[in-house]
Design a protein around this ligand. Sequence first.
Ligand code: FAD
Length: 389
Amino acid sequence: MKPRDVIVLGGGAAGLFCAIEAGKRGRSVAVIERAGQVGKKIAISGGGRCNFTNRHTRPENFLSENPDFCRSALARYTPRDFVTLVERHGIAHHEKKLGQLFCDGSARQIIHMLLDECAAARVEVTTGCEVIEITRDGAFLVRTDKQTFTASSLVLATGGLSIPKIGATDFAYRVASRFGLRVVTPRPGLVPLLFAPVEGAAFRDLAGISFEAIVHLDGAAFREGVLVTHRGLSGPAILQISSHWRSGEEIRIDLLPGERAEALLEANRGSAMQLATLLGQRLPRRFAQIWCSLYAPSKPMRQYSAKAAATIGARLHDWRVIPSGTEGFAKAEVTAGGIDTRELSSKTMETRRVPGLYVIGEAVDVTGELGGFNFQWAWASGYAAGQYV
Ligand SMILES: Cc1cc2nc3c(=O)[nH]c(=O)nc-3n(C[C@H](O)[C@H](O)[C@H](O)COP(=O)(O)OP(=O)(O)OC[C@H]3O[C@@H](n4cnc5c(N)ncnc54)[C@H](O)[C@@H]3O)c2cc1C
């Protein structure tokens, strides 16, 4: 059993990045990955092109019980730093929209880059390796089905619960509870929402239809695409709001952003045109028909009183939906919640209770919005820990 300086559990984005940074400091580092290969989530990210960062990353793009926790790490490793690394490896990339940077080619280029950096920093990566037991007696001892590793620093980078099909487990939370660390209850984030039965039955056949809207919940609002699914709503605006949503809460959807629906309806109140036909000029036609059948039975416009038209106009800007739930961790792009940031130093990511134990990446209660922010958190938190492990 050769002692190392650092053991990193989890060969995902955060774990590999932390290992590289520690290796560059001359630390001997072993990465232990349960799956047969590292970075499986990177491989499927961004539709196979990996939205590896967002140029406009700010602390405000992250959700946490302590919204300030991410500030320090994000300030010390910026999107520009990661882009410099990507460019040094000759990986062509482009901005899709809103600061979101993607590989021109394939997400696998990011994995190769990380593995090249690991090799250069003499990081030892063991895949297909199952952790059986972790003990601590001065140093950490990690017993696996392959060998036993020992080191003075242990980094927990095993991610959250999203997409169990590709290997997500509750490992980080189990280790946390083993060491007495508090966990903010994990919940699915960036996940499609489900309709209640009435809307579900009405909109079911519209799956695939999309439109632009502003989706609101409490103080959060996102103006982007909304997609009707077989069971509810998805699309970027819904995924974004889902990270804020708790069971029973009502989301509010402005179906005609930037328009004045009341004025539009009033201007057409002399017309023989059906309401659904008029709305079908602004929204997908079939969606407008179903929406009217549920909330504003369609008639010729001239049959609506001014008051009725105003009520419908207001409702178009404020469609209230109470989702019955989410599609769950099976479809969630991230896990919101996680190891409580009060347990960690925001400078080093080391736990306060257990010296030498660090937690980074999605396992921590820091969740980014859609658009490259979650990887930027993985790089930044990995970088922070990598300077101290
Ligand atoms: C479909 C999809 C698309 C996404 N696209 C984007 C995107 O384009 N941009 C973006 O910013 N974010 C994206 N995300 C989110 C992003 O992938 C994650 O936030 C990020 O990968 C988290 O990094 P991590 O290293 O903390 O965890 P992970 O990448 O999940 O890595 C954790 C690693 O630990 C391993 N592991 C688990 N248990 C054990 C164990 N017991 N022992 C050893 N190893 C273990 C896992 O196999 C895994 O390799 C996407 C997520 C999904 C699901």
